[in-house]
Design a protein around this ligand. Structure first.
Ligand code: GLU
Length: 466
């Protein structure tokens, strides 16, 4: 069975790059009917950001790609990492080395001065352990092969290789008994039964060393898929300066999780001319072979466009709930039942144009206010004395109506014809009077959603009569 994992370090919040890695792991597990696990790589306590673990888990839940099992803590497994390192010493595939940090520093400086790469020179590789200096705890180093090459058949990058002479004997267990990161990852992946390691291509160079640990232990090596990183539109590695990068920032800015997931998937994966795709649909066709090898560029406009597509596909009741939450935050209080009802009624019209939930909340915000409205300057300008008189006449002409958008529009047309006015000369000031703005959902939908009493009261507020 396929087992994938996402292995974030809690050194920061889950950003877009990590989320895409998680998504690919989740999709591959779904596509192959396997398992998708989460491992928190928390061995480096000095770099851990408080709250990061919770934030990562919340982000994955929001995106709809929670792990199939409770997260594994790497730190909690340190005894096991040490046990494996010692087993390697016993098996002769690793050895204790006793250099002090100063000696290692001097070794590196010597190598650099002589124009050689600063690698461990293998002093303790062949020395008799009996020569160990008394009272000094050694570090355990991998006895890496010196000849030949280490070859990785990467599922995205193709065959990549390195001459073993290029790799020195890395430390797998520090002299304080703590594992190094590269070693811990291998032991964990093996113990968790991981069959496919899908991760950012910044880890590609680590892979050679990790493969050597698998071989030293006689463990089966998983398949690797190293995915290209995400860059900003300017080609530089994506960072805060490009805009939002943390997953929850996108949530807060009004993006739907299915839109973010869809965008992240398309960022680096493609099949035919598919643009809009749900994760359930993607899970049925996802294949690592369709991941591109070039760096992907993050385009905020594309994401926004896609978000608009998903808003139009979204269920109105769900959108209403999300928009009401935003409106409540803006007004620092709960939104009343009548307003909630109006937001719900206008949702089909509002969602046609909005690209984010923020835009939807903007479009709905006039519903939370009451007379006297504050008018945008452009709206104010439409409310000329003549327009105010015309609105008074219009309100008087609206009699015996069913008070739905179609009846209101029909009655307004009849009234326009009867008075020789143009429909737009009534509709534009009407919009201004009802919303305080010059942009809104279709104005008769607005009047219908406000209901008769509120509509008349807003007209009266500008025309002196209802
Ligand atoms: N913890 C690593 C990171 O956050 C991932 C390591 C891996 O996937 O093997 O970049």
């Amino acid at each position: 069975m396929t087992v994938t994992r996402f292995a974030p370090s809690p050194t920061g919040f889950l950003h877009i790059g990590g989320a895409r890695t998680a998504l690919f792991n989740w999709l591959f597990a779904r596509a192959t009917e396997g398992r998708y696990l989460l491992r928190i790589e928390d061995t480096d306590t000095t770099r851990e950001v408080p709250g990061a673990v919770e934030q990562i888990i919340e982000s994955l839940a929001w995106l709809g790609i929670p792990a199939d099992e409770p997260p594994v803590s790497q730190r909690a497994r340190e005894a096991r990492h040490a046990e494996v390192a010692r087993a390697m010493v016993a098996a002769g595939t690793a050895y204790y080395a006793y250099e002090t940090p100063e000696e290692l520093q001097a070794m590196r400086e010597r190598a650099t001065a002589e124009g050689r790469p600063p690698r461990y020179d293998g002093t303790w590789r062949d020395r008799d352990p009996k020569d160990a200096p008394p009272g000094v705890a050694g570090a355990i180093r991998l006895k890496a092969p010196r000849e030949g090459e280490t070859v990785v058949d990467d599922l995205v990058q193709g065959t990549v290789r390195v001459a073993n002479a290029e790799l020195d004997d890395m430390i797998i267990l520090r002299s304080d008994g703590r594992p190094t990161y590269l070693h811990a990852v291998v032991v964990d992946d093996h113990d968790m039964g991981v069959t496919h390691v899908i991760r950012g291509d910044d880890h590609l160079t680590n892979t050679f060393r990790q493969v050597q640990v698998y071989r030293a232990m006689g463990w089966e090596t998983p398949r690797f898929a190293h995915i290209p990183l995400i860059h900003g539109a300017d080609g530089a590695k994506l960072s805060k300066r490009h805009g939002a990068v943390s997953v929850l920032d996108f949530r807060d800015q009004g993006y739907l999780p299915e839109a973010v997931a869809n965008y992240l998937l398309r960022l680096g994966w493609g099949k035919g001319d598919i643009e809009v795709i749900s994760m359930a649909e993607a899970a049925a066709i996802f294949d690592l072979a369709d991941i591109g090898r070039g760096a992907a560029r993050f385009d905020y406009d594309k994401l926004k466009h896609l978000n608009g597509v998903w808003i139009r596909r979204a269920d109105d009741a769900r959108l209403t709930k999300l928009v009401l939450e935003r409106l409540a935050r803006r007004t620092e209080g709960a939104v009343g039942a009548i307003t909630a009802e109006r937001v719900a009624q206008l949702m089909p019209a509002m969602k046609e144009r909005a690209r984010t939930l923020e835009e939807l909340a903007d479009a709905a915000s006039f519903l939370t206010r009451t007379v006297p409205l504050a008018f945008e300057p452009k709206a104010e300008a439409l409310l000329t004395p003549e327009a105010r008189i015309a609105l008074r006449g219009l309100a008087a002409a609206w009699t015996g109506l069913a008070w739905d958008a179609a009846s209101l529009e029909a009655a307004t047309r009849v009234h326009a014809e009867a008075t020789g006015a143009k429909l737009k000369d009534l509709a534009m000031p009407l919009r201004a009077a009802l919303t305080g703005s010059t942009v809104s959902p279709p104005v008769f939908d607005v009047a219908a959603a406000l209901g008769e009493a509120e509509t008349r009261s807003r007209i009266a507020a500008v025309s002196g009569q209802a």
